[in-house]
Design a protein around this ligand. Sequence first.
Ligand SMILES: Cc1cc2nc3c(=O)[nH]c(=O)nc-3n(C[C@H](O)[C@H](O)[C@H](O)COP(=O)(O)OP(=O)(O)OC[C@H]3O[C@@H](n4cnc5c(N)ncnc54)[C@H](O)[C@@H]3O)c2cc1C
Length: 393
Amino acid sequence: MAVAPLTDEQREIRDLVRTLARERIAPRAAEIDESHEFPWDIVELYREHGLFGLFFDEEYGGLGTGTLLALTAIEEVSKVCATSGLILAVQELGSLGLKLAGNDEQKERYLPRLASGEWLCAYALTESGSGSDSAAMRTTARRDGDDYVLDGSKRFITNAEVANLYTVFAKTDPQGGHSGISAFVVESDTPGFQVARLEPKMGISGSTTGELVFEDARVPAANLLGQEGDGFKIAMRILDRSRPGIAAQGLGLAQGATDYALEYAKTRETMGKPIAQHQLIAAKLADMETACEAARGLLYKFGQLVDDGVDGPELTKASAQAKLFCTDTAMWVTTEAVQILGGYGYIREYPVERMMRDAKITQIYEGTNEIQRLVIAREMLKENRAFLLAGVG
Ligand SMILES: Cc1cc2nc3c(=O)[nH]c(=O)nc-3n(C[C@H](O)[C@H](O)[C@H](O)COP(=O)(O)OP(=O)(O)OC[C@H]3O[C@@H](n4cnc5c(N)ncnc54)[C@H](O)[C@@H]3O)c2cc1C
């Protein structure tokens, strides 16, 4: 499928994001990494320029410019700062439950505040004993009058402490397996809900990752998304649409590292010439650039499918392929960039070591890349391609 180019209006917005990334975010990236502090100034920058609106429809105060453009925005920011790119991606992740399964009242209550960036949001599926096997979750939600009472905990939740709204998954029927799970939106000031701790990490240091604890936390029944028992399906539909945000983060990291390594290789000389003119380095650069372009093809194809209204198995497979390939590319390309810079690549003064540390998480969260391979293979096994083999053999 050929990917349609961005319209003039979309290109203008992409270029604005690119300029903001280069001029306002890039100079902050190393500090954000060193300080391990959530970058509220970057959130303010996004608010000022309406960038959170990229992820929302016009009727809720968003720009209504579509998924392809939103993905390119995450890519542009992540070229210079993966933590800042993640802030955009998680505004999508944390709000998709409302967009896909919320009723009109819930959407009107929350989406405008998320579209403006007045509120940040989060997605809370993982627990200490259930990551890839999310149906093994133990957090429960018991109906009591007009409320649900939540008990349990969630682990590794991005935007813990900075989010105002959490999409939380819990078992309304503890014996019910997948169909015993329900989804809720939980406001951060809900009595009985607290962030117990934040995790120190290898990379994306400015992003908060925390443990959420629910002790008799009363959530209004009006905050149930869809029907009781819909939670697992909602969680998976959200991930189908949000994973490419992580793919865009990975692609940004890979392209940012390629661009940096290229400029370095043009000026660093050994044996009387720039290292870019040594064939082994030139070949690395060529492979890095080609991998980025291939990854971009998969990512933009996904964006185009969503903008064309495609849903179902085709979208699931395209999402997993984009996530898998973009993030494996991020890890490989950033490691090659460190190699091209030699000893300088390994020290903090140069950004590629940060990019390499940041890249690792993209292969893990929102479904590890092992899980993406399982998803892709599962979809392949459902397809019937026997007709392609007619006459073969
Ligand atoms: C920084 C960070 C941010 C995160 N943000 C969020 C968030 O915002 N919200 C949220 O809900 N979660 C979040 N997570 C959790 C993340 O999605 C999980 O860590 C991830 O899904 C893996 O789960 P796990 O850590 O329990 O690993 P496990 O599921 O225990 O997996 C361990 C290993 O086994 C492999 N494996 C597991 N099952 C299979 C299988 N069937 N076949 C083959 N291999 C398998 C995995 O790929 C992995 O390599 C975050 C995690 C981190 C570290």
